[in-house]
Design a protein around this ligand. Structure first.
Ligand code: DGT
Ligand code: MG
Ligand code: MG
Ligand code: MG
Ligand code: MG
Length: 281
């Protein structure tokens, strides 16, 4: 086909390729979910059904994109990690982010009636924003994941105590806020236990730890040591043949995908699942 005189406009498109050999994290977050949660009367501080919808949507995203190594979700957000060797969509940021955001949103809306059978969605419908960030080292990636899980813990301990003071202690929002100003984690644990006989440790893991989604293979014994640096060395994309990469991709596509509520800050989780960081398979 001949070039038209209009075709020059193509050159206005800017490249947005993400730095090679870095871990790509795409984080999505619900738009205006404070309002959305009120509209559908989400239980406070945690609504199990709402988290189930998020997890169903995220699991679908991980299933459709085998280049995603692991995903972590809390509240109205989810982080999707692409292995540093991934070349999906030539690592174009806008293509990666927009695909994840739209796939996630589509499945969020598709999954909604399963968990909220009596509350059909009505406009304004839920939507999500997204961003991509590159982390150059494994330590940076682990620290990113730890940051999100620590955030989950801090917010959940605060929210659990805040809502206990209101729902069980008869306070209003202002009084509860004042009560918690300047308190440390130990103080909140004590308020929960002494005043409301709630042992925070016994709260559901999904609320305390958030949700981790990954492909499941056989666990590695905790004492067989996989040092982070070794794993990183193994993961050089240049060492893999094309057929090997195709085979690995097929294995990933067939693997069971699991949603769990585990500690991802300590080494143990990663040591027992070396495939998450090695990208093999
Ligand atoms: P944004 O992200 O700037 O558009 O604004 P929001 O309103 O989405 O704020 P964000 O993302 O910082 O905080 C998430 C909100 O979602 C927060 O107000 C609490 C609400 N939310 C998330 N999960 C639950 C839940 O299980 N129960 C209740 N009651 N609220 C929830
Ligand atoms: Mg936000
Ligand atoms: Mg939000
Ligand atoms: Mg949020
Ligand atoms: Mg097209």
């Amino acid at each position: 086909m001949a070039n038209s005189k209009f075709e020059y406009v193509k050159h206005f498109e800017q490249p947005d390729t993400l730095l090679p050999n870095t871990w790509i994290v795409v984080r999505i977050d619900g738009r205006g979910f404070t309002k959305f949660a009120n509209k559908y009367s989400f239980a406070k501080p945690n609504d199990r059904r709402a988290l189930d919808v998020m997890n169903a949507a995220a699991k679908a995203v991980v299933t459709e994109l085998p280049d995603i190594t692991i995903a972590y979700g809390v509240s109205d957000e989810y982080s999707f990690v692409f292995h540093k060797s991934s070349t999906l969509f030539e690592r174009r940021a806008s293509k990666l982010v927009s695909t994840i955001v739209s796939t996630f949103t589509a499945y969020y809306i598709y999954s909604w009636p399963t968990y909220f059978p009596d509350s059909p969605l009505a406009p304004p419908l839920p939507s999500f924003d997204g961003r991509a960030v590159c982390y150059p080292s494994l330590q940076n990636l682990r620290d990113y994941m730890s940051w999100r899980q620590v955030d989950c813990h801090i917010n959940n301990l605060y929210n659990t105590t805040f809502w206990a003071l209101i729902q069980l202690g008869g306070m209003d929002g202002k009084e509860a806020e004042k009560e918690l100003a300047g308190t440390f984690a130990a103080d909140k644990n004590e308020i929960l236990f002494k005043r409301f006989n709630i042992n925070y440790n016994n709260e559901p893991e999904i609320y305390k730890k958030g949700s981790v989604i990954f492909r499941d293979y056989e666990l590695v014994e905790p004492d067989s040591h996989h040092v982070a640096e070794d794993v990183e060395d193994l993961a050089q994309p240049a060492q893999q043949s094309k057929t090997q990469m195709e085979n690995d991709k097929k294995k990933r596509a067939k693997a069971r995908i699991t949603v769990e509520h585990l500690d991802i800050i300590k080494d143990d989780f990663w040591n027992r699942r070396p495939w998450l960081l090695s990208g093999k398979p």
